[in-house]
Ligand binder design. Sequence first.
Ligand code: UDP
Length: 498
Amino acid sequence: MAPTQESTATMLVPPPPPHFVIVPLVAQGHTIPMVDFARLLAERGACVSLITTPVNGARLRGVAEQAARAKLSLEFVELPFPTDFDGLPPGIENVDQVTDNNHFVPLFEALRKLAGPLEAYLRAQAPRQSCIISDWCNPWTAVVARRLGIPRLFFHGPSCFYSLCDLNAVDHGLHQQTAAADDHEKFVVPGMPVHVEVTKATAPGFLNSPGWEALWAEADEAMRTADGAVVNTFLDLEDQFVACYEAALGKPVWTLGPFCLSNRDADAMASRGNKLDIQQSAVTVWLDTMDTDSVVYVSFGSLARKLPKLLFEVGHGLEDSGKPFIWVVKETEADAPEVQEWLEALEVRTAGRGLVVRGWAPQLAILSHRAVGGFVTHCGWNSLLESIAHGVPLVTWPHFADQFLNERLVVGVLGVGVAVGVTAPVMIFDDEAVQVARGDIVRAVSALMGVEEEADERRRKAKKYGEKAHRAMEKGGSSYENLTQLIESFRQSGGKEG
Ligand code: UDP
């Protein structure tokens, strides 16, 4: 039968772009990559709604304005944050605002209360959204997706190497074995394609401190009932771990990064995360005066905070290393008058080769500058990937959560890092027991920035991974093509009827 005019028209009209709902955890290390991802999806033609709260939404104004100027279909939806929540001081809506360890659980409990407003918001929109992509630490979204009949993927912040260790540790009962062990006893993580040893303190796990049992169980359940996983990594970096993770999880793992490479201009780099506490141009102008690969960048992410004693060891270590450096000191660390005075004196002593940034720094602009040749990092996955994506080798100083295993990947497997030598984690606000001294920093920085063959080899490998990272994100690259497939699979399937 010949097609009618109407049916021909139907055949020619492509299905509408899929609509993704992105729900990041309210912590910089989780929100930043998901915002990059949301923008990337929108740039590739999808409709995107990113769910946030008023305090966090205010921090995202720069990206929102930029997306609007670029006419992207990316909206930032601010759900009201629960007020008068038991045990949580008013105004705290982000993990980096917490100054008391007792406020973490109430913050996560308050976040669960966003399930109702999210469901109401999504129900009020038409047509039905295609897919919810929510952070592993936001398991409350599982019930929303189920009630609305919308497919759900989880986004987990770290590498596939880490997530595979974590999954295997749970599935093979590693935590039951380590529970009775002393602090130094070593255990092999089962089911890994390479040999990975951990102690009780460095065994994998998120949300698994005492008091978090219910939240952890909910997150584990949400992971196992999701339709797949999105990971900020790329195949050429860890293909064997991606394959094993996908097999162990039993569902698709979409490797779509490094997301940071989607920030292609100075404006995009400057509007990531927080409002900058220093002009991006001030840093770039300073870096422009330095030799290629000569500067060490030092930053410990958005959460880890150092007490003055340890802060001074870091400063002395950088001074004694004799290398040019940019060191990011958080506002909360630099607050005390004794610290301010000490930092000013350090700046005088290292004038011309040392720059101390107080507050939030333009990390991507720094790591992508040709003058930066090394990064002293706490091993947050974003920091590691941002460094690798720009071909910069690392000194690794893990603090907590996934960071010890991230260190294992970059030092032991990829061969692009020098360990500073810590073996036990610290709490966010308590580094009294940390044994790192200025001499350790001098040793590690000298090894990283040196002219020895090993240092050259690390630089060479880092540059190679940097090139591969860029290729992964270009048309024809693994992450680019995976993103095409992800978008197309939801364009065709659309949402289920709720
Ligand atoms: N970051 C930044 N400026 C800063 C500190 C951090 O832009 O002064 C960004 C950094 O580029 C990364 C994120 O904050 O994207 C930190 O994430 P990561 O996973 O490295 O560590 P976390 O903060 O979660 O411990």
